[in-house]
Design a protein around this ligand. Structure first.
Ligand code: PMP
Length: 366
């Protein structure tokens, strides 16, 4: 079709493997109750905003200079937050954990290499994998969305992936992996193992972090983010913990000065205010557990969740349920296996709105 003067994507000499793809993204619809991207519903307190404004004011007078290229002060703060005897040389930070993951793929993946993940899981893992010309291998999860270690090891032995992704708690299912599964996968994997712990702080108490496995395992990487429990999604700050040699590898692919002075300043203020920010986690866990109970009382299937969202179903026409909720001012996410929907946990008021809209949606979608 001739469209004079308008260039279409396909007219460009874009990489063949990107042709026909759609960009990642949840619909951004303007409704009152946003429960679709696993954000923390609690905005920063006036005290935090004041400290952040002060930090930005202080650093603004030096914005003619590039930022600290090695991000040392923030990495030290994050190491102190993580504990486990970590120091700045074992922690790395970038613009969201998505950028951290992309740097890992750039350093350890690439043409001729492969990465294995167990699906359903976070859809950016395959997108970042293929975006770096790495081959994606889709492994399977069990009916309860856990990972069977025997099958995982068989998949690793069959494919010999350069990178294995383990997401715990998993998005979109909420499933946390027992440490034993991570240990066995890490023993079997011939390359790097990335444990994506974006939602770790929401896990039920007693759930151990893969950070406990880092000592003596230079091929293990644990990624975290400030977008979820830390309630700082707008700051774009993700980080990882790994052997110092892994960070040396990432320095080879990171763009110089990738983390702006203002991002570093904001993230440092957030770490300093971690008591307040993480103080919302208990409330969100309680709302999550109540949400799981409420949905189960309605006879729905609900995945056990260690995250700030709940996967539930099963709906022969999930889109109809999703739409009925949007019509009632509640936006959730059509993601995961067909017939399932995911709701992020909001404030008590937002969850009440969700329950009200859901009761009506269940009646009309009967
Ligand atoms: N990992 C998982 C499992 C996620 O769900 C997300 C966000 N949806 C991310 C990583 C990336 O988050 P960010 O880039 O905001 O750190």
């Amino acid at each position: 079709v001739e469209r004079s003067g308008v260039t279409r994507l396909d007219d460009l000499p874009i990489r063949d493997d990107l042709r026909g793809r759609s960009p990642y993204g949840a619909p951004q619809i303007d409704v009152p109750v946003l429960l679709n991207t696993n954000e923390n519903p609690y905005p920063p307190s006036p005290g935090l905003v004041a400290d952040l404004a002060e930090a930005v004011r202080r650093d603004a007078s030096e914005l003619n200079r590039y930022p600290d290229r090695e991000v040392l002060a923030l990495r030290a703060d994050l190491a102190a937050y993580l504990g486990h005897g970590l120091a700045a040389d074992r922690v790395w930070a970038a613009n969201g954990s998505n950028e951290v993951l992309q740097q890992i793929l750039q350093a350890f993946g690439g043409p001729g290499r492969s990465a294995l993940g167990f699906e359903p899981s976070y859809s950016m893992h395959p997108i970042i994998t293929t975006g770096t010309a790495t081959r994606w291998i889709s492994g399977a999860r069990e009916d309860d969305f856990g990972i069977d270690p025997g099958k995982a090891i068989a998949a690793i032995e069959e494919h010999r992936p350069d990178i294995v992704f383990l997401t715990s708690p998993n998005n979109p299912t909420g499933t946390a992996l027992p440490l034993g599964v991570i240990e066995r996968v890490a023993e079997a994997a011939p390359g790097m193992v990335v444990v994506d712990e974006a939602y770790f702080e929401f896990a039920r108490t007693g759930t151990p972090s893969a950070l406990t496995l880092l000592a003596g395992n230079p091929r293990l990487i644990v990624t975290r983010t400030m977008s979820k429990a830390f309630a700082m999604a707008g700051t774009r700050l993700g980080y990882l913990a790994a052997d110092p040699a892994v960070i040396e590898a990432l320095l080879l692919v990171r763009l110089p000065y990738h983390l702006s002075t203002l991002t570093q300043a904001a993230a440092r203020v957030a770490v300093a205010h971690r008591g307040e920010l993480l103080g919302t986690v208990d409330r969100l866990r309680a709302e999550r557990d109540a949400c799981v109970g409420w949905l189960r009382e309605r006879g729905l299937s609900v995945a056990d969740s260690d995250a700030n969202f709940v996967l539930f179903g099963r709906f022969p026409d999930r889109h109809a349920v999703w739409e009925a909720l949007v019509e009632r001012g509640v936006l959730i996410r059509e993601v995961g296996p067909p017939e399932w929907l995911r709701v992020s946990i909001g404030t008590a008021e937002e969850m009440a709105a969700f329950r009200g809209a859901m009761s009506e949606a269940l009646a009309v979608c009967e």
